[in-house]
Design a protein around this ligand. Structure first.
Ligand code: SAM
Length: 257
């Protein structure tokens, strides 16, 4: 069973979110366990205060090391050691590759959610194995980032999704963005589903999907596109087709008055 413990000031909200839908069903089947822990339960003061002024002055408050440590210690004493991640805008940016690595290298994660100005550096030095950011922006707390990381890793745990194909064709799994998806009806607001998807010809559909994935990645994410290996004969042919189609489209738009 893969286990994720989340240290937070909002254990009920996080617990409710993580128990819904696919992840909830996986937990009922004992493939996965996600538990949210209230950091305030580990304070020694009556007010359950977990933060205090930053040394050296400045705005806001800093989460103190000891309540975090006591909460972390409770988790490791109860469930054994866990790879501990502090969600922080100053961390390394999270990608699908990190999700795969966290699944492959560990079976127990402890995610620490900060608030206010962040957390006391000494807790990080003593207990945290890595710091992860979910992007170059700042949120008010680590709960959304922790849920993002937990969800991205949990859905890769074998058995959580019905079929590995569910994620192996998705954006970022193999460096490509996913092709466009369509569902019923065949025509909606005058827009038709590409006829090839209705053909039942699996090889042609797979070829169309790869071509659209390449086209989309090239247009939207040149940084990912640069890293792709498209040297196979089949991909080279798709690329020539994409370029030809782009030229035709450009010509058509120039001719439109
Ligand atoms: C207001 S932020 C603290 C920002 C911190 N003073 C800094 O400048 O790096 C409060 C908490 O939100 C979480 N957080 C905010 N933005 C994040 C991001 N992009 N990725 C991961 N966690 C984030 C962290 O847990 C952080 O401790």
């Amino acid at each position: 069973m893969y286990q994720i413990d989340i240290m937070t000031l909002f254990d009920e909200t996080v617990g409710d979110m993580m128990n819904e839908s696919i992840l909830g069903r996986a937990q009922e089947r004992d493939i996965l366990r996600i538990e949210a822990h209230q950091i305030r339960d580990y304070t020694l003061n009556k007010q359950k205060q977990v933060d205090n002024y930053p040394y050296g002055g400045g705005h806001g408050a800093v989460m103190q090391a000891d309540p975090l440590y006591q909460c972390w210690k409770h988790i490791t004493d109860t469930y054994g050691p866990g790879h501990t991640i502090y969600l922080s805008p100053a961390g390394v940016t999270f990608t699908e590759q990190h999700a795969k690595r966290l699944l492959h290298d560990y079976d127990h994660l402890i995610l620490v959610c900060g608030h206010y100005e962040g957390i006391d550096e000494r807790f990080i030095e003593e207990c945290v194995d890595e710091e992860i950011s979910i992007g170059d922006f700042v949120l008010t707390g680590g709960e959304l980032p922790a849920m993002v990381v937990a969800d991205a890793v949990a859905r890769l745990v074998p058995g959580v999704l019905s079929d590995p194909e569910c994620f192996e064709e998705e954006s970022h799994w193999n460096g490509l963005l996913e092709y466009p998806q369509y569902s019923r009806p065949e025509e909606w607001h005058g827009r038709k589903v590409p006829p090839i998807l209705l053909s039942g010809h699996h090889a042609n559909i797979a070829r169309w999907r790869r071509k659209e994935a390449i086209r989309r990645t090239r247009a939207r994410r040149p940084d990912l596109y640069e890293k792709l290996d498209l040297s196979s004969k089949a991909d080279q042919k798709l690329l020539r087709e994409i370029e030809q189609e782009d030229l035709t489209e450009k010509d058509a738009s120039l001719q439109t008055p």
